[in-house]
Design a protein around this ligand. Structure first.
Ligand code: ZN
Ligand code: ZN
Length: 393
């Protein structure tokens, strides 16, 4: 019965099994951005990847869940209970379906094996149960409050929105604390389908090469929850899409990350919510290039403007501005226009604009221009523009 685990979370995040918390967090952020449904509308495979990435991060980022996953290849909210299996009675404890698996290699299993007093049945070896019970507390059913997860969103803005700042409304889908039960999951007297097993009464999980059919730990196999909150089905949280107003400050850079405290997923059992992170993606401009707070621009300059020197009009983010270029300006020469760059909203200072000169040669389509250029060539016929090159070869 060779089978592979449903998800290799390490593979999903593309990190080695030895990865530390920081590596895992970085890999998650990168992938969450890449596969986010907002960036891949209607793309089912991206959506699935996104969910897998979320799931992998949920387990691997948790110091309690990760060791269990490392040990057994899956994580269960309730671990394994140490209760004795009761054949023919599925309503109590967890029911391991080991059919088709040979336990003879496990210590304590098989004829004459010395289990630790556990009553053996045809279905489970006592030794096998003992292996599990070393790691998990017996019958621990209460769920501890957990801080809500952070959410990552990417926001596309154009060049001018980044320069001037902007306010945008973003639709965020997040888990909110259920208002009916205040997050406890247990008001009301109704009976609802168990959300964990979707009413079937059992759940299946992979542990390495083994598939387990477990009695649902949430509902004890009945498939129903009594006294569960009818609004959230006992989960304590509800997924809601909410419009969050995001203020992007002037001078935002491509890739800058904004934290909106408390707007991540709600915590369970009244624990605090996570945060929302917005990464800005700035579309490039046709001419202006951002280099931090500086703006870089390449400006065409006619050969006579460069040779004689002149005052030329160049575009800046403030509009047309005069730039004086000196006599004998060469191609590629750079000029700094002070405080014509981007405002840094923290220091309240502006960067500079750096103008690079691109000299254009005239195309002599009229006789007079042709005559002037020929005269120029005649005057300089003894000069070799490449003289410096020859000297260095
Ligand atoms: Zn509720
Ligand atoms: Zn259930």
């Amino acid at each position: 019965m060779a089978a592979t685990p449903k998800h290799d979370y390490y593979e999903t995040l593309g990190v080695p099994r030895t990865a530390d918390a920081e590596e895992i967090r970085k890999a998650y952020r990168k992938l969450a951005r890449k596969y986010h449904p907002d960036l891949n509308p209607g793309d089912k495979s991206s959506e699935d990847r996104f969910k897998n990435v979320q799931e992998a991060y949920d387990i691997l980022s948790d110091p309690k869940k990760r060791p269990m996953y490392d040990q057994f290849g899956f994580y269960s909210e309730n671990g394994f209970t140490g209760q004795q299996p009761q054949p023919g009675q599925g309503g109590q404890g967890q029911h391991f379906d080991f059919s088709g698996f040979d336990f003879s290699d496990f210590p304590g299993a098989g004829p004459g094996g010395a289990g630790s007093g556990g009553r053996r049945t045809t279905e489970t070896g006592g030794g096998f149960r003992d292996i599990f019970s070393q790691f998990f507390h017996r019958g621990e059913q209460e769920v501890e409050p957990e801080k809500g997860g952070d959410l990552e969103y990417v926001m596309n803005i154009d060049f001018w929105q980044a320069i001037r700042g902007t306010t945008a409304r973003v639709n965020i889908t997040r888990y909110e604390t259920c208002g009916t039960c205040q997050g406890t999951g247990s008001t009301g007297a109704g009976e609802v389908a168990c959300p964990q097993c979707k009413g079937t009464g059992h759940v299946s999980q992979m542990a390495g090469a083994m598939k387990f059919n477990l009695t649902c730990p949430r509902c004890g196999g009945s498939g129903k929850l009594r006294n569960a909150c009818p609004t959230c089905g006992g989960d304590g949280r509800l997924a809601r899409t909410e419009q969050v107003e995001i203020r992007i400050p002037p001078g935002a850079r491509d890739g800058s990350r904004l934290r909106v405290p408390g707007k991540g997923n709600a915590g369970t059992q009244g624990a605090p919510p996570g945060d929302l992170y917005i990464t800005t993606k700035v579309e490039p401009h046709a001419f202006f290039r951002r280099e931090g707070e500086n703006i870089e621009i390449t400006v065409p300059v006619a050969v006579w403007e460069a040779a004689l020197g002149s005052k030329i009009e160049v575009p800046t983010i403030d509009g047309r501005t005069l730039l004086k270029i000196p006599q004998g300006t060469t191609n590629g020469q750079k000029f700094r226009m002070r405080e014509k760059g981007v405002l840094n909203s923290r220091t309240n200072q502006r960067g500079d604009q750096i103008v690079e000169v691109a000299i254009t040669a005239p195309d002599p389509r009229d006789e007079r221009t042709r005559k002037l250029l020929s005269d120029l060539a005649e005057i300089h016929k003894d000069e070799d523009p490449r003289a410096e090159m020859w000297a260095k070869i």
